[in-house]
Design a protein around this ligand. Structure first.
Ligand SMILES: Nc1ccn([C@@H]2O[C@H](COP(=O)(O)OP(=O)(O)OP(=O)(O)O)[C@@H](O)[C@H]2O)c(=O)n1
Ligand SMILES: C[C@](O)(CO)[C@H](O)COP(=O)(O)O
Length: 227
C-alpha cells in the first residue's frame, strides 16, 4: 500500500500583506514551504509528494527540491482557482490503487510533525478516512456585531491538515462534489457529505495555518526560538 502526499500551494495569500504568496517567503533563509516539505520527506510512511502550485513557481519549487533534498517530490501540477481545484488537479495527476492512501497537507502549515502524520496515516488505514483537528479551548459564540448565541464548546473542533483518505473514498467525494458544483473548505467536508465516517485525530496548536501577517510574525518568532 502506497501513501501519496498532496500539498496544495496554489494560493495567492490575499489575507496576508506581502508581495509574494506566503508559502514562498523565507524564514532563516529557507522558504516556508520547504519546512513543510522537509517534514513530509522525513516521514518514512510517505512514498511520493505532489505539489499543486501556480506554474510561475515551478522553477522555484525545483530549486527548493534540490536545496533541501526533497527527493520524494516528483510531480508539480497546476493549481486551480480554489484550494479544492488545486487538490483535485493533483489527485487526477496520480495513479493510485483503490486502497492506497492520499494525505493532503497545506503548504502553509510548516510546523506539522512526523508524529501527527503517523497518527493520521494509521487512523486512515484503520478507518478509511482521518482528519487532524484540535478541540476548541475558548468560549464560542455566533453573532455579527452583537451576540446571537453561544455554542457547546465540548462538541467543537478546529480542523487542520493533514487529512488522509483511502484513494477510492477521496475520488468518489471529489467526483460527487464536482457533479453538485460543491466547493468545500477542506477534503473531510467532501468525504463527510457522501456519508463516510471520518476519524478525528489529535493535532497541535503549533500546526497553525499561516494565513495573516500576524501568523507570519508568530511563525518568525517560533522559528527563532527553535534556533
Ligand atoms: N487556489 C488555491 C488556494 C489555496 N491553495 C493552498 O491551500 C492552502 C490553504 O490556503 P490559504 O491559507 O487560504 O492560502 P491562500 O489561498 O493563499 O490565502 P488567501 O485566501 O488569503 O489568499 C495553502 O497552502 C494555499 O497555497 C491552493 O493550493 N490553491
Ligand atoms: C484545509 C484547512 O486548512 C482546514 O482548516 C482550511 O479549511 C483551509 O482554508 P483556507 O481558507 O483555504 O485557508
Amino acid at each position: 500500500m502506497k501513501t501519496y502526499a498532496i500539498i496544495p500551494s496554489g494560493g495567492l495569500g490575499k489575507r496576508a500583506n506581502f508581495p509574494l504568496p506566503k508559502q514562498y517567503l523565507k524564514f532563516n533563509n529557507k522558504e516556508l514551504i520547504a519546512y513543510t516539505l522537509q517534514v513530509l520527506q522525513s516521514s518514512n510512511l510517505i512514498d511520493e509528494i505532489v505539489v499543486a502550485a501556480q506554474n510561475t513557481f515551478f522553477e522555484l519549487l525545483e530549486i527548493i527540491k534540490k536545496n533541501f533534498g526533497i527527493s520524494k517530490l516528483n510531480l508539480l501540477v497546476e493549481g486551480g482557482e480554489e484550494r479544492q481545484i488545486s487538490v483535485f488537479n493533483a489527485l487526477r495527476a496520480i495513479n493510485p490503487e483503490d486502497d492506497d492512501l492520499v494525505l493532503i497537507h497545506d503548504a502553509v502549515r510548516p510546523l506539522i510533525t512526523k508524529e501527527i502524520i503517523y497518527d493520521a496515516i494509521q487512523n486512515a488505514k484503520e478507518f478509511g478516512a482521518a482528519v487532524v483537528a484540535i478541540k476548541a479551548k475558548d468560549t464560542l459564540l455566533k453573532g455579527n456585531d452583537f451576540v446571537n448565541e453561544y455554542l457547546e464548546r465540548s462538541e467543537i473542533f478546529y480542523v487542520q491538515t493533514p487529512q488522509v483518505f483511502k484513494y477510492h473514498i477521496l475520488k468518489k467525494a471529489f467526483l460527487k462534489a464536482k457533479e453538485d458544483n460543491f466547493i468545500g473548505t477542506d477534503e473531510s467536508m467532501l468525504v463527510h457529505r457522501i456519508g463516510y465516517k471520518i476519524k478525528i485525530v489529535n493535532g497541535s496548536s503549533l500546526n497553525f495555518k499561516i494565513t495573516t501577517d500576524e501568523d507570519i510574525r508568530l511563525l518568525s518568532m517560533i522559528l527563532k526560538s527553535f534556533k
